[in-house]
Structures are given as C-alpha cells and as structure tokens.
Design a protein around this ligand. Structure first.
Ligand code: SF4
Length: 282
C-alpha cells in the first residue's frame, strides 16, 4: 500500500508494556455518552502498543504529558461522579490503550469492582493471555477494535500484525463461554447467576481499506466464530488530524475521505442479514 512507504520512527509500534503500580493518565471525560452504556466516566490512559495511521488520540501515545496517579487517587476521582451513573452507566477505561499499563489497570479495576461499578475496557487487545486473564474478573464489557483481517495491511495501518489480536479475541470468547456455562450451572442450583461479561466490537469503516469485499467477508467469517453482543460501525473521520499537525507528525491518510452514509448503511444491512446486532456511531 502506498500509505506504508517511507514510515518514520514515530509510525512504528512500541509493544513493550509499562508495568508500574502508578498510572500514567492523559485525561478524563466526566459525562461520556459514546464509550459504553449509560453515563460514563471515561479515563484516558497514556500509551498504546499500536500506531494506527488514523489514530484520533495521537497525543496520548508518546507518554510525554500525563498525570501520575495511584489506583486509589483515580477511584477517588470516580467517586465525585458515581451518583450520575444510575443503573446502566459506569467507568470506561480507554486511551491510548489501557492494556499498555497492565499492573496499574488491574489494581484500578479491582477497586471499581469492589464498589460494584460497571467497567468497560476499550482496547485493541494487543496484549498477552495472562493480562486478559488478570482483567477478566473485573471487567463487565470488553470493547475491542477490530482493525483489519489481512495481516500485512493490519501492520501497515497499525504497526503490528493481526494474529495476536485475533487469537486473543478467540481466547477471550472461549473463556467467557466457559464461565457462562459454569454460571448457568450455578443459576440452576441457586436461581439467578451473576451477570456475564460481554464483548462488543468496534470497526472503523475506511473507504478502500476496511470496506473491501475481501475484508468484509473475512470480518463476517470471524464474527461467526466468536461470541459477542454487538458490533459498532464507526465511519472513518478526520477530527483528530489537527493533533498530528500540532505534534509536527505527518498524517499518512491525508487523501482518505470519510465513507458515505449509503455505504455504511449497506455494510450495516449486510451484517444484520448475517444475524449480528449492529450499532452505528458517529
Ligand atoms: S489502538 Fe487506538 S489509541 Fe492505539 S494507536 Fe490505534 S487508534 Fe490510537
């Protein structure tokens, strides 16, 4: 792909996670409505193992400007807004990618769970099975971005191949199915099992890249393989390009236009025909 030529150092992925007990937080959004169900307190973690060419949070990747916070200090921040969560809201950990700071992430999620706060984890799932196992007991909703099904194109667009991510999604799906089966058993014995953890996928529709016939075919095949609640379609947009400019970085996709509403609807209908629940987000 033309966009993969002449990559610079800043386009290359930095895959080694930061394993510290203190978190590096970029910012918060106190009444988030787009990142999970209900009213959300969204925590944006600094750092991400990927370097997506279309990242709209490019300013969160280089670990240069952040707030240092302990898990306790962060949950105290959450407390100020807890009353607004109601029955359906909660905390969304996003970024960057929270799995890039696994040690701090788990400690913070434990505190949320202790207080019965619904937790959504917004991630690319480019991590280890060990990290997935460690966050699983404290996560209610995994919001996983599926980027591309051709590994070379995935590498071109994100800096890393896709095998590890797809294998992790399968691993998570199997783990959730196993825990569902055991919950069912408990439910039969005790009446009423605990609510189960869900998976939502997020898929950016990029004209000529992710909306090709081959890629959509591979997406459908993959979706039939795993268990999930819904898939969210997000049209490619350029809202974050100004951040690249501000950082003095070259934006490789400057010629790409957002998809038309008609093309998004076509993909939505096709996925619904396959039996999947689809959400359209702007
Ligand atoms: S995974 Fe998300 S935060 Fe990380 S580079 Fe890609 S778009 Fe940006």
């Amino acid at each position: 792909m033309a966009q993969c030529k002449n990559l610079t150092k800043t386009d290359k992925a930095k895959v080694r996670p930061i394993n510290r007990a203190t978190g590096m937080i970029h910012s918060f959004e106190t009444f988030g409505a787009l990142d999970g169900p209900g009213v959300r307190f969204v925590v944006f973690f600094e750092g991400c193992p990927l370097r997506c060419a279309y990242c709209h949070n490019r300013d969160m990747l280089d670990m240069k400007n952040y707030l240092k916070m302990s898990p306790k200090a962060l949950i105290e921040e959450v407390h100020k807004y807890k009353a607004y969560f109601g029955k359906s809201g909660g905390v969304t950990v996003s970024g960057g990618d929270p799995v890039f700071q696994p040690k701090f992430l788990v400690e913070f999620l434990k505190l949320c769970k202790k207080e019965g706060i619904h937790v959504a984890l917004d991630t690319s799932l480019f991590t280890s099975e060990k990290v997935i196992e460690s966050v699983l007991p404290y996560t209610d909703l995994f919001m996983i971005s599926l980027k591309h099904f051709d590994s070379d194109t995935h590498k071109c667009m994100t800096g890393v191949p896709n095998e590890r991510i797809l294998s992790n999604v399968r691993f998570l799906s199997r783990a959730l199915s196993a825990s569902d089966a055991s919950n069912k058993k408990v439910a039969q014995q005790k009446r009423g099992a605990k609510s189960r953890t869900k998976i939502r996928f997020r898929y950016v529709v990029m004209p000529g890249v992710t909306d090709t016939k081959e890629n959509l075919h591979a997406l459908v095949e993959f979706l039939h393989e795993v268990k999930f609640e819904l898939i969210e379609l997000l049209p490619y947009h350029t809202y974050g390009v100004y951040k690249w400019k501000k950082l003095g970085l070259k934006y490789r996709l400057k010629d790409m236009k957002p998809p038309t509403p008609k093309s998004i609807q076509k993909i939505k209908k096709m996925l619904e025909k396959e039996g999947f629940k689809v959400l359209l987000t702007e």
